[in-house]
Design a protein around this ligand. Structure first.
Ligand SMILES: Cc1cc2nc3c(=O)[nH]c(=O)nc-3n(C[C@H](O)[C@H](O)[C@H](O)COP(=O)(O)OP(=O)(O)OC[C@H]3O[C@@H](n4cnc5c(N)ncnc54)[C@H](O)[C@@H]3O)c2cc1C
Length: 471
């Protein structure tokens, strides 16, 4: 897997500039800085940044990259948490953020076509404007692009009931490594013709093609929604409540949780005092016909009372619902700002094992001398474990704690990433979960799409050499 890439010389740079729409090459130094980061704490400077103004610009960049052998890193809005949109091998960052048109909303057939740079919240709003619903709701959706969501198969709180981005993509258009435009999938509710290239590109983190447009499936809007917060004196009883609710045949459209460390960062936003030293919070939402969710809420409250819920706070109106979500949204931002060292992990484990996992977090903290903030999507077992340290010299301890937590999650029957993807930050851990034969097959697929390894090189696959024992 050794690559020799060409630097982007002034001659190549001029050739790229001449091939693109006016203004596509970013030259303002202040603006250029933002393309060195994403929402991880990693930082790499690209040699050149292009904000494509058209699909033809994307194709032109890839044709020149193929000819001159420079790497191209696709980027949406850079809200990723795994360093996937960073140019760690130099070359060109290709942003789709200006390709943000919603080109079709068809309420009769329940489909919407958007360019990949459309902001995810705008897609949701566009669906709502015709009375329909686009369910995926990753917490950063007011920042992220719909193409970035597709490339990472983003999920969010509503995933527990409605699934991830993948479940709403019918087809897509993508520019391949040689500049060809590929169209995949269908614009119908069903379609089984040929291999499913749509689903191969979804979640491929920009390593197989640059997505330029997406056909999305919309569904009817739920007639009513209700939200509440449930306060517990410890996380175990909160997690046991989650298992009881799900095993009891209920399907809320969100069950999020925050542990005591997260609550300590958002304390001033809470409209109540917290019990004990390790309080925990569940945020629950139910949607559907009004009478049905009112009845279901009562039964869920009974289940939580059996687990010792200390307080229940109902959102009386839309504004109070929004205030609850504001608390949830603040958490990852505040952890990011709080710690010098910060590894945002997002394991997912079977629901029956969540309580076991969270029960052991304090032992990991003691063993590795780190602070672990636990929050996330309890309803689908997707636990965000932010492993942090204030002291910048504790990198080795943070890494060792992360590795141990990932190994433990796998032992529980889980996965090392429920939604953030592998990118750069977690590529060394991929062999912990995926067998060598599967990694080798995936590398062959990558080579078929991108024989010269110019498209987002160094992402997803482990760096050459490491064995599972070395990890
Ligand atoms: C506060 C906060 C909360 C978050 N909450 C969630 C959450 O609840 N659920 C969740 O899943 N994620 C969450 N994320 C992570 C992030 O928002 C998602 O991964 C999102 O899908 C990234 O979209 P983006 O446009 O920012 O992509 P980027 O960060 O720009 O890129 C992410 C990856 O996708 C590739 N990519 C981007 N655009 C394209 C394209 N058009 N074609 C091909 N490849 C492309 C990049 O190369 C990179 O590998 C959160 C992030 C933040 C900062």
């Amino acid at each position: 897997m050794t690559n020799s890439y060409s630097p982007i010389s002034s001659r190549i740079r001029a050739e790229i500039q001449a091939a693109l729409s006016p203004g596509a090459v970013v030259t303002d130094p202040a603006e250029l800085r933002k393309y060195c980061n994403d929402a991880s704490k990693l930082c790499f400077s690209p040699e050149m940044v292009v904000c494509a103004q058209s699909v033809a610009d994307v194709q032109a960049v890839m044709k020149l990259a193929q000819r001159h052998r420079f790497p191209v890193t696709p980027r949406g809005s850079g809200s990723g948490l795994a360093g996937g949109c960073l140019a760690d091998q130099g070359g060109l960052v290709l942003s789709t953020e200006r390709l943000r048109e919603i080109t079709l909303i068809d309420p009769v057939n329940g489909i919407l076509k958007a360019q990949s740079g459309a902001i995810s919240q705008e897609v949701k709003d566009a669906a709502a404007s015709v009375g329909l619903y686009y369910p995926p709701d990753p917490a950063g959706m007011d920042l992220s692009t719909i193409g970035g969501n597709a490339a990472t198969d983003a999920g969010g709180p509503a995933c527990v009931k409605y699934g991830t981005t993948r479940d709403y993509i019918l087809g897509l258009e993508a520019v391949l490594a040689d500049g060809q435009l590929l169209e995949t999938g269908v614009q119908t509710r069903k379609g089984v013709v040929g291999y499913d290239l749509t689903n191969l590109l979804i979640g491929s983190e920009g390593t197989l093609g640059i997505i330029t447009s997406l056909w999305l499936r919309l569904i009817p809007r739920p007639p009513a929604i209700t939200g509440m917060m449930a306060v517990f004196s410890d996380m175990q009883s909160a997690m046991r409540s989650v298992t009881r609710i799900m095993a009891g045949g209920h399907l809320p459209c969100a069950i999020e949780f925050l542990d005591h460390r997260c609550l300590s960062l958002v304390g001033e936003m809470l409209p109540f005092g917290l019990p004990g030293t390790t309080p925990s919070l569940l945020i629950l939402e139910l949607d559907g016909p009004g009478a049905q969710i009112a009845e279901e809420k009562e039964r869920i409250n009974e289940l939580m009372e059996a687990e010792g819920v200390v307080a229940l706070v109902n959102a009386a109106n839309e504004q109070e619902r929004e205030e609850i979500w504001a608390i949830r949204r603040q958490v990852s931002l505040r952890i990011h700002d709080y710690a010098n060292l910060y590894d945002p992990e997002d394991v997912a484990v079977p629901l029956s094992t969540i309580a076991t996992l969270v029960d052991q977090l304090s032992a990991y903290e003691a063993e590795y001398g780190v602070e672990i903030f636990a929050f996330g999507h309890a309803g689908d077992g997707n636990i965000h474990l932010s492993v942090t340290a204030q002291d910048g010299d504790r990198r080795n301890q943070v890494t060792a704690a992360v590795k141990a937590l990932l190994a433990h999650s796998l032992e529980l029957g889980g996965t090392i990433s429920g939604e953030h993807g592998i990118g750069l930050a977690k590529r060394q851990y991929l062999p912990m979960e995926i067998a060598p034969a599967s990694v080798a097959l995936q590398e062959e697929i990558k080579a078929l799409f991108d024989p010269n390894k110019i498209l987002n090189p160094g992402k997803v696959f482990p760096p050459a050499g490491p064995t599972e024992e070395e990890l």
